[in-house]
Design a binder for this molecule. Structure first.
Ligand SMILES: Nc1ncnc2c1ncn2[C@@H]1O[C@H](COP(=O)(O)OP(=O)(O)O)[C@@H](O)[C@H]1O
Ligand SMILES: [Mg+2]
Length: 576
């Protein structure tokens, strides 16, 4: 289980071989020089005072700062490199996850994950990985090397007591082992609670409008407190374990030292061991304290890091349900789009579309109408391959759309939906979102076409006006006309409108409709709507009900059918 994650991590670390080597030697020398500086003190002090050597005194006064200066430089280099490697690893990791998310099929976002959870993984979890990568090497190299060095010194001083100490040492390290499982458990819990908190935060902030309309602030605060408390409790439990292993290890160590003192002291009393050797040994044994403590402290960081890695790998392993074939074709549209016996369901056993057959020829205006929930938008989702059909085929010029590259397929369409999304950016950048190379002339042309040019031109900052989050500083009608201009700029073959005016007031609607009518003259248009008066002059109207096409034909044919269309049409005439 660890192996996979370590392998995964190394696929990032391998970019930094040279740097790591430099840091490795810094860590090695730091450990060496630190022990050297301690080892130096005793003989030098003895000699200086024994021989009253003034020169040597000056020598020490110079040597000690020089030694610490060298150590300082080495520590600085290794810290900088280790943080650099961690920083870069996390940057690459974030980028890879982001790239993966950009291409993953839409059902992942709709059904399998939420924005908040993804945000948590890309921020909080990557931070845990940062901590792990930055701090572990130092412990692994410096502290383990120090321990090995100390063990050698122990054996040099006394084989018998060295063996005794080596029996105690693993016992002192044992708590690291028993707490690991618990640490990992509470780390998982903490990370998932933090995820939930982010999720709640993200959702409630985007819902602030609704919250204030319904006066639900108090409830939202309560909900937030609940999530916030859960994070608090999870971290509390983690911390309880996190700081437990260190004192337990120290206690076991102290017992060990006591045993050494007892047996060693007895040997000194019996004259088997010199006091000097005994104290040197004791000092060395006590020096184990520092590295053991560091290992105890790194363990929680490691466990958190591994859990976070696991959570990011989870995203990276998500496979798209919509997959491009290898060597896909360039999509072209010259004749017709055909749905052939298409059936589809989002969830097993809940059919949304049943045996749909429809045809859209180039230049035609085709409408899909029907009550809400009938499956109209789903047809769009299938045509753009946000989902794949369960049965049947969708053909463009007789080629199954599964053979096309997703890019070229989606390039055929200009899509305007009910709830248009604009980026919190300038109008210009929003307009040219799908065509960064658009010239001023082209942009002016499409905005004029979409009847939004005068509006933009009257803004103090014109095309440089920033539209606010989701474009909410604009009215719905203005947003829709920008959306139409944005789609026009990519010069699509086929225009798809999914209830483009449903969210608009009557006046904005009529402006948008006017623009759409202009488009009808030279583009293939698919209009999804439940307003039947918009489709009277369309070439073909498909009436969808409960996922089935129940009627088709132009307005006059359908009216003479006296079926669902006729009754819906009459109902709407009465309403308006
Ligand atoms: N992502 C989804 N996951 C599960 N069910 C969905 C999803 N999107 C839509 N549905 C369901 O599929 C049915 C058709 O939805 P849709 O095509 O959006 O209807 P329409 O556009 O005609 O109002 C509805 O019953 C809706 O609840
Ligand atoms: Mg819909």
């Amino acid at each position: 289980m660890y192996m996979n994650k370590i392998k995964f991590l190394f696929s990032y670390l391998r970019h930094h071989k040279t740097k790591f080597l430099i840091s490795f030697f810094c860590m090695l020398f730091t450990g060496g020089l630190t022990s050297l500086s301690r080892w130096l003190v005793k003989p030098i002090v003895d000699k200086v005072f024994y021989y009253k050597d003034m020169k040597m005194l000056v020598g020490i006064v110079i040597l000690i700062p020089v030694l610490y200066l060298i150590i300082g430089v080495l520590v600085y280099i290794k810290n900088y490199i280790n943080v650099y490697i961690a920083n870069d690893t996390v940057r690459r990791l974030r980028e890879d996850v982001f790239k993966h998310l950009q291409h993953i099929s839409i059902d992942y976002f709709v059904l399998k994950s939420t924005t908040g959870h993804t945000l948590a993984k890309l921020t909080n979890d990557t931070n845990n990985i940062f901590q792990m990568v930055a701090k572990t090497p130092s412990v692994l190299v410096t502290d383990i090397v120090t321990m090995v060095g100390l063990i050698i010194v122990l054996f040099y001083l006394s084989v018998k007591f060295a063996v005794l100490s080596l029996i105690i040492l693993p016992i002192a390290l044992f708590p690291v082992n028993i707490f690991t499982k618990k640490l990992r458990y509470y780390s998982r819990k903490t990370q998932s609670e933090i995820s939930n908190l982010y999720n709640n935060l993200q959702e409630s902030i985007s819902a602030i409008f609704i919250t204030q309309i319904f006066n639900q602030q108090e409830n939202e605060i309560k909900k937030f407190q609940n999530f916030n408390n859960k994070v608090f409790v999870a971290i509390k439990k983690f911390a309880r374990i996190e700081f437990l292993s260190s004192p337990i290890m120290e206690f076991i160590g102290a017992v060990g030292v006591a045993i050494v003192i007892l047996i060693g002291g007895r040997d000194v009393i019996l004259g088997k061991w010199t006091p000097g050797a005994f104290f040197a040994f004791l000092a060395t044994v006590l020096s184990f304290y520092q590295p053991i403590k560091k290992i105890a402290e790194i363990n929680p960081i490691l466990q958190q890091g591994f859990v976070s890695l696991e959570r990011l790998i989870e995203i990276l392993q998500q496979k798209s349900s919509v997959i491009e074939i290898s060597n896909p074709l360039e999509a072209k549209f010259n004749h017709k789009i055909v749905f052939q016996n298409v059936s589809f369901s989002y969830k097993k056993d809940v059919p949304v579309l049943k045996n749909i057959n429809l045809e859209i020829s180039k230049g035609q205006k085709v409408a899909i109408v029907g009550p809400s929930g009938a499956g109209k938008s789903t047809i769009l989702n299938l045509l753009l391959r946000f989902y794949d059909v369960d049965e049947g085929k969708i053909l463009i010029d007789d080629v199954d759309i599964k053979n096309f590259s997703l890019k070229s397929l989606r390039k055929l369409f200009g899509v305007v939906v009910q709830d248009t999304f604009l980026f919190n950016d300038t109008i210009w950048n929003n307009l040219t979102y799908g065509n960064k190379n658009a010239t001023l002339q082209e942009v002016v042309e499409v905005t004029k076409f979409a009847d939004i040019y005068d509006f933009i031109n009257n803004l103090p900052q014109r095309f440089d006006t920033v539209v606010g989050e989701r474009g909410y500083s604009l009215s719905g009608g203005e947003r829709q006309r920008i959306a139409i201009a944005r789609a026009l700029l990519t010069n699509p073959e086929i225009f798809i409108f999914d209830e483009p005016t449903s969210a608009l007031d009557a006046e904005s609607e009529s402006v948008v409709l006017k623009t759409m009518k202009k488009l009808y003259q030279n583009k293939t248009v698919i209009l999804i709507t439940h307003r039947l008066n918009l489709v009277v002059d369309f070439d073909c109207i498909y009436v969808l009900c409960n996922g089935e096409i129940v009627e088709q034909g132009n307005h006059y044919q359908l009216m003479s059918n006296n079926g669902l269309y006729t009754s819906l049409f009459k109902l709407q005439q009465v309403e308006t």
